[in-house]
Design a protein around this ligand. Structure first.
Ligand SMILES: CCC/C=C/C(=O)SCCNC(=O)CCNC(=O)[C@H](O)C(C)(C)COP(=O)([O-])OP(=O)([O-])OC[C@H]1O[C@@H](n2cnc3c(N)ncnc32)[C@H](O)[C@@H]1OP(=O)([O-])[O-]
Length: 337
């Protein structure tokens, strides 16, 4: 489990240059994303300010900045993908995913999400987080398929490390986490929901939730599987994963994939009420209990992180898997037309 800790402030940069707004804008576009990436990476490795500096210089020296910059420009990275409202008096934050069209989990998105979660984790004023979406009809479409299609092995590895980091932060959070699932939540979206302590889904039969990876011709890794086994049990997970089942809210409630289904307009109010109940439990007792339940699953990934990245990269870059992803992307486009 993560311990609350303090982040080192970076000292102000002193530069003696003549100010040119165009150069400054270009510089910011180039540097801000790499600082964000480096900060996230430094946080991941808990290596403090000097680690941060070295991450930044290695990003630049390996020419990664331009690749990251290009993909971020495509993803319209200037607008924040995560909005956090912390109510100081209740200690409850509402974290809204707001990355159109479907809150897909790109490297940028995951980086921003991890930074937001880390900040809340370290903020003593925050005891609970409600995770929801500002996008209509969708909680999250799961991993951004474009991050896994046509990308270099190096980039795939970087992406997968960020997916692992998101899971570690969410599944191991000391805070009470409640998913207010306001729309469809396939694959990685379902995983995010399952990392939370409690799940409430909006009652709309058009919404679906589940780990549907096999429908894309890909395989949910062991820690996706473990999270689902811990949530709904072994046999239900076996069926769900092999068939790539997506459940309606009512069906999800029946198998225990979500804990409550409520009318859409009551979703946030119900999540807030539920949070009050959870926060009535003394933090230390709840946190130790949560750790007791989840630590073995977390340890399994932390001790196999590099091997898991290697597996993912060699799997996802196979020609046959790339073909499956291509076909799935085409199917999504056709379905829309
Ligand atoms: C080993 C690895 C484990 C993998 C885990 C995963 O999470 S794998 C992930 C498994 N995830 C899935 O299988 C979910 C697939 N997605 C869906 O089923 C639906 O989009 C929906 C039900 C989430 C929302 O329905 P809706 O009618 O509201 O929206 P819409 O369908 O009209 O889409 C709007 C636009 O978004 C695009 N786009 C969508 N998803 C993704 C994505 N993940 N990524 C990137 N792009 C995505 C879509 O192509 C379209 O683009 P366009 O044409 O505008 O350029």
């Amino acid at each position: 489990m993560q311990m609350k800790e303090h982040i080192l402030d970076t000292p102000p940069l002193k530069r003696h240059v003549v100010f040119n707004p165009e150069v400054a804008a270009a510089f910011l576009q180039l540097v801000v994303p790499s600082v964000k990436m480096a900060l996230s990476s430094a946080l991941r490795h808990r290596c403090g300010f000097f680690g941060l500096l070295s991450q930044m210089s290695s990003s630049v020296s390996h020419g990664r900045v331009s690749t990251v910059l290009l993909s971020q420009m495509r993803n319209n990275s200037t607008s924040p993908k995560i909005k956090v409202d912390l109510n100081q008096s209740t200690g409850v934050a509402v974290l809204s995913m707001q990355s159109p069209p479907v809150n897909s989990l790109s490297l940028d998105f995951l980086t921003e999400l991890c930074i937001s979660l880390e900040k809340l984790e370290m903020d003593r004023a925050c005891r609970g987080v409600i995770i929801t979406s500002s996008q209509p009809k969708v909680f999250s479409a799961g991993l951004d398929i474009l991050e896994m299609y046509g990308k270099s092995p190096e980039r795939c590895g970087e992406f997968w490390r960020a997916v692992q980091e998101m899971w570690l932060k969410m599944y191991g959070s000391n805070m009470v986490t409640i998913a207010a699932i306001s729309g469809s939540s396939p694959a990685g979206g379902c995983l995010m929901s399952m990392t939370c302590d409690y799940r409430i889904m909006a009652d709309n039969p058009r919404y679906t939730i589940g780990l549907n990876e096999t429908l894309l011709g890909i395989v949910a890794p062991f820690w996706f599987k473990d999270t689902m086994v811990n949530t709904v049990g072994h046999r239900t997970t076996e069926l769900a994963l092999e068939l790539g089942l997506l459940y309606s809210p009512e069906e999800a409630l029946k198998i225990g994939l979500v804990d409550q289904v409520v009318p859409q307009e009551q979703l946030l109010a119900t999540a807030t009420e539920t949070m009050t109940k959870w926060l009535a439990i003394p933090d230390h007792a709840r946190q130790i209990t949560k750790s007791m339940m989840r630590k073995p699953t977390i340890d399994k990934l932390t001790s196999n992180r590099e091997a898991d990245i290697k597996n993912f990269v060699s799997f996802i870059t196979k020609d046959s898997i790339q073909k499956s992803l291509h076909m799935y992307l085409e199917m999504l486009k056709k379905r829309k037309a």
